[in-house]
Ligand binder design. Structure first.
Ligand SMILES: Cc1ncc(COP(=O)(O)O)c(C=O)c1O
Length: 406
């Protein structure tokens, strides 16, 4: 056997190892295969010739199919083409990019904003650039992978506090401040958590970080367009709580409620200028395509308009309908997890739903912790009352007894 292994080429050896790991994934019910989507129209999908109603996207306001986004994209394509063809610092910087940054900064009540090609790039780019080896980053235990990867890549000292546990956060802050009075400390959290849908206690976190002279980074990926003051839903939870001037770094994505793609970071002018000169995720990558940015601007305009407010209210009506029927508790966002625990149970529930024409994927490790497998139900403004009623009835009938916790 050893002789046989010796004879394998390097690539064969690697493949043997990978195959072993892939086989392990299959054995543990952790194998993934992305569905091939043939058509999407609002919450309706065509996959493999079958129609489904999905409760699975982050298109919270239903804007990704909105005609205004397509029209905006088409309008700018003749001027700039479909691809930006260069980084922002070379030839990729158009008026669309600049205007969107100004509009985001205004909505977030910040001095400036910087666009990145994705939310993931905005998170990793910002954290790695601003934090140094001697800095301390304190992350919520359930922080998104992009925040964890940014912290790791920065080489700063990392501490993790129990999810939404203010006392544990304070322990870490006390420890970090005791290391040195001057050290940069960055607290990192999401405002709406992507897999649990609960919200961070931002008032308490802001008070604490001020008390210990730390900085705060808030990822608003799932809050933007959903939370926020009426007619100011772009403000997210930070804006809703009136904390815009106390959160140092507001990050988010244009790929969810806005219905387009791209990430942003809103902060002071100095921080944004520094990122523009140093963030490798910004400098060494092609700018987001201008038509996409124009579509994002259209999404932003809608969110700020009468129509956007109507959609946000419709979304919340839908959330209440679903939570009252299924979870029997108040929701904080459009993300409503049904936690099964065992991977197998969550897969079975997803498969039962598929048979009935509903698409809700099972979320498993490593996206969530082991034995925390779940259906991550997401609500949008595009669902009808009847669709929600039939879906909840089906869930109640078939597997609600299997749910461990919510
Ligand atoms: C909490 C959170 N942060 C960041 C991201 C990354 O955003 P994007 O999809 O634009 O890269 C996501 C989306 O997957 C997310 O859920």
């Amino acid at each position: 056997m050893n002789d046989l292994l010796e004879e394998l080429s390097s690539s064969q050896k690697l493949e043997q190892q990978l195959l072993k790991e892939l086989y392990e994934l299959k054995k543990k019910n952790l194998w993934r295969s992305p569905p091939l989507i043939e058509k999407v129209s609002g919450v309706h999908l065509l996959i493999d010739g079958s129609n489904y109603c999905h409760f699975a996207s982050n298109d919270y306001l239903g804007l990704s199919n909105h005609a205004a986004l397509g029209e905006a994209a088409q309008k700018v394509a003749p001027y700039f083409g479909y691809g930006a063809t260069a980084s922002r610092l070379l030839l990729g910087n158009t008026k669309e990019h600049q205007l969107l940054e100004e509009e985001l900064a205004e909505s977030k009540q910040c001095e400036a904003a910087l666009l990145f090609p994705s939310g993931f790039a905005a998170a990793t780019g910002t954290i790695t650039t601003l934090m140094k080896r001697e800095s301390v980053i304190i992350l919520d235990k359930l922080a998104h992978a992009s925040l964890i990867d940014g912290a790791r890549a920065s080489k700063a000292i990392i501490r993790v506090f129990r999810h939404n546990d203010i006392n544990h956060l304070e322990e870490h802050l006390r420890w970090a401040r005791a290391l040195s009075p001057k050290r940069d400390i960055l607290v990192v959290t999401e405002s709406v958590f992507s897999m649990d849908g609960d919200i961070a206690p931002l008032h308490e976190i802001v008070d604490l970080k001020d008390r210990y002279g730390a900085l705060l980074f808030v990822d608003e990926a799932h809050a933007l367009g959903v939370r926020g003051k009426p007619y100011h839903r772009l403000g997210g939870l930070v804006g809703e709580l009136g904390l815009s001037d106390r959160v140092d770094l507001q990050m988010g994505t244009l790929s969810k409620a806005v219905g387009a793609a791209g990430g942003y970071l809103c902060a002071s002018r100095i921080i944004v200028d520094y990122l523009l000169h140093h963030a490798r995720n910004f400098i060494y990558t092609t700018a987001a395509p201008p038509p996409l940015i124009a579509a994002a601007r259209a999404g932003v305009r809608i969110i700020n308009s009468e129509e956007g407010e109507f959609l946000a209210l419709k979304l919340w009506k839908n959330i209440h309908q679903l939570t009252t029927a299924l979870l029997k508790k108040k929701a904080s966002s459009a993300i409503l997890p049904l936690i099964f625990g065992e991977e197998e149970k969550a897969l079975l529930a997803a498969s039962l739903l598929r048979q009935a024409g509903y698409w809700v994927p099972a979320i498993r490790y490593p996206t969530v912790a082991r034995k925390k497998a779940r259906l991550r139900i997401t609500m949008t403004a595009a669902h009808t009352e009847e669709e929600i009623k039939c879906f909840t009835q089906y869930c109640q009938l078939h597997f609600l007894g299997n749910v461990n916790s919510q």
